[in-house]
Design a protein around this ligand. Structure first.
Ligand code: PEP
Length: 246
């Protein structure tokens, strides 16, 4: 399966910074895309970077969407609006949305439905926190989130799963190979029973150029979701290069 390397800029960046990022990424892409590369900027920057990135062959996604197509939802953004801006993907259920905004798996599922209806690929994020892992409930938590976050219309073509253990996000504490092998195997088995084969499963959590190659070599790791390390195009491209087929 072709790897997907996705960068999540989170809440970072001004217009000038984003233009420069897009220019630098496009320069790198001009010498060849190693794999599928996706950038998820904040919504305020989508209008500025979507076109130059897409012209360079880089996919563009958003970090969240609302479940409705329109209406009285102050501050929210519909999936149809993201599609209109040139997005092909949207993250749903990121742990920062689940924790800070108290979003549930049911919320993530409704957002994924909206994404699909708008023609977007939903990247459904799941992952246990440190307490759940310490209590031996990592698999149970991730499997429960996956079952509740996946909409009935999910397919391998419109859905990507990202397992992002919360304790590994932004901490420098990457999951070890044994944990990644075990979780990705479980997620793939669950997906295979629900949707059949071929759904991409990404790993996310403190990915950087010194661990990306090892992570991508693990069976059932079909790509990476990269936060902090995606803010520097040189570093992000080193990671993306590791996504090239052997
Ligand atoms: C993320 O926010 O999805 C993420 C994985 O962040 P980081 O790479 O910074 O841990």
């Amino acid at each position: 399966m072709r790897s997907l390397i996705a960068g999540n800029w989170k809440m970072h960046g001004t217009l000038a910074w984003a233009r420069d990022q897009a220019r630098r990424l496009a320069e790198k892409a001009a010498s060849g895309l190693p794999c599928d590369v996706l950038i998820c900027p904040p919504a305020t920057l989508l209008g500025t970077v979507a076109e130059p990135l897409r012209n360079a062959g880089i996919l563009v996604g958003a970090q969240d969407c609302h479940h409705a197509t329109h209406g009285a939802f102050t501050g929210d953004i519909a999936a149809t609006m993201l599609a209109d801006l040139g997005c092909s993907h949207v993250l749903v259920g990121h742990s920062e949305r689940r924790t800070i905004h108290r979003e549930s798996s049911h919320d993530a599922m409704r957002k994924a439905v909206a994404a699909h209806q708008a023609g977007l690929i939903a990247i459904v994020c799941i992952g246990e926190n440190r307490d759940e892992r310490r209590a031996g409930k990592a698999f149970e938590t991730a499997a429960g989130q996956l079952a509740r976050s996946l909409p009935a219309d999910a397919t391998a073509a419109n859905t990507v799963i990202a397992w992002e253990p919360v304790w590994a996000i932004g901490t420098g504490d990457t999951a070890n190979a044994a944990d990644v092998v075990a979780m990705h195997r479980l997620v793939k088995q669950q997906l295979s029973a629900l949707l059949g084969d071929g759904v991409r499963v990404l790993y996310g959590g403190s990915v950087n150029p010194s661990n990306s190659r090892e992570l991508l070599a693990i069976e059932h790791v079909d790509g990476l979701l990269v936060g902090g390390a995606s803010l520097d195009p040189d570093i992000f491209w080193q990671i993306a290069t590791d996504g090239a087929p052997d």
